[in-house]
Write a protein that binds this ligand. Structure first.
Ligand code: GLU
Length: 481
């Protein structure tokens, strides 16, 4: 039997990390088993539809290399793959259930339902549909349908007994039918509900394994009643734990930092995000932590999936991202860093040098503008910065150093790393100073701050001759003042 899994997002907004992980596990399971990964867009709830959301789904899955085998844009043997385009397929199935006594037409209006809900509340009961319309005579139903009265179709859940299913992770899940509501299958606008459409679609698309969030765990017994009513074989169910913000809260859209593209914008690498998300709720059974997509496919198995929810830890993601950044070639690093150089107001003509001084210390690319903030503009700094014990300098020594450094650098024919290096270290030797005693004041004068990526010589190159000389003189003036 060929494994067929589906990712079935509702286009209601951006791609949340929880959605991304559902898609990832579903994809990995299909690929690890030589099966097909199907993309289905679940847009039956038109009121929650967000324009552009489908594009975000395509873009996200594609960018991380999760190519679907069948889907809205590429078609396949089981299309269409958008529920609203399948609209006309559902009613006949619902009518088939009505004929079999497993579903019924319901004409109760919103107002009637609201009144009954209120009465139930007064009695301290939770309202569940009271099967009022199940008891209408066949003739009355026909008359009201012919008169064009609005209706929905509801599932006829048995009043007694148990509905159950077996989940691969959670085991046997059983619910008492008395607790189940006669859920709506077809809405008044003719659209199916998610509850109905997912069953019809999974069956008619030949889905063998349904993987989805565990918020559907308690509804799945109801879905299985529908499979039984049709006499269809049920798929294998694998419900997945949510990603948590902390021990008690799900990572939610409201947290504002739950979207995949937000992390891209914050300068995380997609490979690192995917790697980290893969490990939120799954482990390979050994100590490995770094995985490419191909390695994930090879390593993935349902046995490694966890039943207890994973807590999202942005520090761990950042650590992992820093590892990924370190493993880039300098050319790749530059490619990712370019937009951030631009943000920092730093030209890319020294990209090789920038990669050399930044790559090892970049955890996320968004840190780059801060790390380079002293390049476009010299910060306002205090002469006290010239004091440094380890480098054996103080304002007095710094004054002397800057004076001779300015003279030596002024005389250089070329503004390049080697001659600058030779000039400054040559001076240190001549003066009998530690190299640090020479370089510290120069770097402070050039950068106006103590912590900088790169040393005095690299910063001099980044600034260029003119700006470097100007800043060295400002430093000297400060010390003379
Ligand atoms: N459309 C549902 C959602 O986005 C998917 C549920 C399922 O996979 O069956 O939550």
């Amino acid at each position: 039997m060929e494994v067929r899994t589906r990712f079935a997002p509702s286009p209601t907004g951006y791609m949340h990390l929880g959605n991304l992980r559902s898609a990832l596990y579903t994809y990995l399971f299909a690929k690890a088993n030589g099966g097909k990964f199907i993309l289905r867009i679940e847009d039956t709830d038109q009121s929650r539809y967000v324009p552009g959301a489908v594009d975000v789904i395509y873009r996200t899955l594609k960018s991380i290399g999760m190519q679907w085998d069948e889907g809205p844009d590429i078609g396949g043997d089981y299309g269409p793959y958008v529920q609203s385009e399948r609209k006309n397929m559902y009613l006949p199935y619902a009518e088939q259930l009505v004929k079999a006594g497993k579903a019924y037409y319901c004409f109760c209006t919103e107002e009637e339902l609201a009144a009954r809900r209120e009465e139930a509340q007064k009695r301290g009961e939770t309202f569940k549909y009271d099967k009022h319309c199940l008891h209408l005579s066949e003739e009355e139903v026909r008359r009201r349908l012919e008169a064009g009265e609005p209706y929905v179709i509801r599932q006829n859940v048995p009043e007694h007994g148990e509905a159950s299913f077996d989940d691969v992770l959670y085991g046997h899940i059983a619910v008492d039918c008395a607790d189940l509501d006669d859920m709506i299958l077809i809405k008044a606008d003719g659209m199916p509900t998610y509850n109905f459409a997912n069953v019809i679609d999974d069956h008619t698309m030949g889905i063998t394994h349904v993987m989805r969030g565990n918020e559907y765990l308690s509804s799945t017994p109801k879905y299985n009643l529908l499979y039984d009513a049709f006499g269809w074989e049920k798929p294998t169910y694998i419900h997945m734990t949510p990603i948590m913000r902390d021990a008690t809260h799900k990572l939610s859209k409201r947290d504002g930092d739950a979207y995949f593209e937000d992390y891209l914008n914050k300068g995380y690498l997609k490979e690192a995000i995917v790697n980290y998300v893969a490990l939120l709720g799954w482990n390979p059974g050994d100590e490995r932590e770094f995985f490419t997509m191909d390695e994930l496919i090879k390593a993935f198995s349902v046995e490694g999936m966890s039943k207890s929810p994973a807590i999202f830890d942005v520090n761990k993601l950042t650590w992992m991202n820093a590892e990924y950044v370190r493993r880039l070639t300098p050319e790749q690093f530059t490619e990712y860093a370019l937009p951030y150089y631009e943000k920092a107001g730093v030209g890319a003509e020294h990209a090789d040098l920038l990669a050399r001084i930044l790559q090892q210390r970049t955890e996320t690319f968004a840190q780059i503008p801060d790390m380079l903030d002293f390049i476009p503009q010299l910060p306002d700094y205090d002469a006290e910065l010239f004091t440094n014990k380890k480098s054996k300098t103080n304002p007095e020594i710094a004054k002397h150093v800057l004076k001779i450094a300015i003279a030596a650098l002024d005389a250089l024919p070329a503004w390049e790393e080697q001659p600058i290096h030779d000039a400054l270290l040559g001076l240190a030797e001549k003066e009998g100073m530690k190299n640090g005693t020479m370089l510290w004041p120069v770097r402070i004068a050039l950068a106006g701050k103590q912590v900088t990526p790169g040393g005095a010589i690299e910063i001099a190159i980044l600034l260029g001759r003119e700006e470097s000389m100007r800043r060295l003189k400002i430093g000297l003036d400060k010390l003379n003042a």
